[in-house]
Design a protein around this ligand. Structure first.
Ligand SMILES: NC(=O)c1ccc[n+]([C@@H]2O[C@H](COP(=O)([O-])OP(=O)(O)OC[C@H]3O[C@@H](n4cnc5c(N)ncnc54)[C@H](O)[C@@H]3O)[C@@H](O)[C@H]2O)c1
Length: 342
């Protein structure tokens, strides 16, 4: 099974690529390794992925010719589109980055999927599409017509385009609304990295919303497992427009306050943070919390059973063997990633 994974050098893409390969998928990664954050981190992630057999194309999603050449030269079963300009606050000062990557780039990818008729197109959306909604927890059935940032508006637009492509051309698609994903090898622009760094160096941390904002945090392994489960779940034809498209919240319905978040870091580091309390920034929302009932109903684990644990060379090194598909019989060692990112 061949998969095009965009954003493979990114945080979620890195962890997903690693798991996809370990379950026997043949992964082609695409990323422009942009400098939104430290490119060494992205390169180090890629080194690990290259060492376990991922093919990689360095390039920009907004380059139509390049994207077309990938679709023309590779027979793809699935496309998992994670590459995007992320970040809510950055979109206030850099609007065109979002139009180029999240709108033009998305269009190039979905067009490739349509023309080549991929089995299933999965793409990253975001909890930010719930925008100014106040009903908690957020459900996939809620109206999402009030995005609070350009970032959120581009993600909502992706969902609408995916709907139209399913209605007009029968392209099966699944939108993944991620809720604040965290974990090792994570994004240095996110609060947990910035706070830890500043607390250790004795710098002030900015506590926006005066610490009263709430976020639903989702551990990276849970996100990866959710995506692995959803890949073979091709949406059924349903509803208005007879579409084959679905949207899932990928979150856990247990929001924590920013205050609690900081207290936890302080306790782990055994250092009291120097805090500057500030009002909420424009583009931010007060709270996120995922109703995840829909995701919990997904039980298709066929592909997850495609590997068998083995002892390699009988010397106690553990690994696994791929049972079916193009990589059948391939033996892979368990991949140990260093806990330190760079
Ligand atoms: N991490 C989260 O908490 C979170 C929450 C909601 C949604 N998301 C979405 O999930 C996806 C992955 O997020 P992430 O946290 O891994 O972010 P990330 O920034 O670590 O990864 C995105 C990757 O896409 C690449 N990229 C960006 N623009 C590109 C372009 N024009 N052409 C080619 N490559 C490009 C970047 O170089 C980066 O490696 C994104 O679409 C993001 O919007 C993430």
């Amino acid at each position: 099974m061949k998969v095009l994974l965009t954003g493979a050098a990114g945080f979620i893409g890195f962890h997903l690529a690693k798991s996809l390969i370990s379950y026997g998928y043949d992964v082609v990664g695409l990323d422009n390794i942009n400098d939104y954050y430290d490119t060494n981190l992205k390169k180090n992630r890629l080194n690990i992925l290259n060492s376990i057999g991922m093919s990689f194309v360095k390039g920009d999603l907004s380059n139509t010719e390049l994207v077309n050449s990938i679709f023309n030269n590779t027979k793809l079963d699935y496309v998992i589109h994670l590459a995007a300009q992320a970040g809510v606050r950055y979109s206030i000062d850099n609007p065109f980055e979002y139009i180029s990557s999240n709108i033009v780039g998305f269009q190039n990818i979905i067009e490739g999927c349509r023309i080549k008729g991929v089995k299933h197109f999965l793409y990253a959306s975001s909890s930010s599409v719930y925008g100014l909604n106040t009903k908690i927890p957020f459900s996939e059935n809620d109206v999402t017509d009030s995005p609070a940032s350009l970032y959120a508006a581009t993600k909502k637009s992706n969902e609408l385009v995916a709907f139209t492509y399913s209605h007009l051309y029968g392209l099966p698609s699944t939108g993944l609304r991620f809720f604040t994903v965290y974990g090792p090898w994570g994004r240095p622009d996110m609060a947990y990295y910035k706070f830890v760094k500043n607390i250790i160096t004795g710098d002030y941390i900015n506590v926006f919303g005066n610490g009263k904002m709430y976020r639903d945090f989702t551990y990276i392994d849970d996100v990866v497992n959710a995506i692995l489960k959803l890949i073979p779940v091709i949406p059924k034809i349903h509803g208005l427009g007879s579409v084959q498209t679905e949207i899932y919240n990928i979150g856990n319905k247990k929001p924590h306050s920013l205050e609690y978040f900081i207290e936890t870091i302080e306790a782990k580091l055994n250092i009291t943070a120097k805090k500057k309390y500030k009002d909420m920034q424009s583009g931010d929302v007060f709270s996120t919390a995922a109703d995840n009932k829909k995701l919990k109903k997904i039980t298709d684990e066929t592909l997850l059973k495609n590997r068998k644990e083995v002892n390699i060379n009988g010397n106690g090194t553990t690994g696994y063997v791929i049972k079916e598909g193009p990589q059948k019989g391939k033996v892979l060692k368990h991949i140990q990633i260093p806990t330190k990112n760079i």
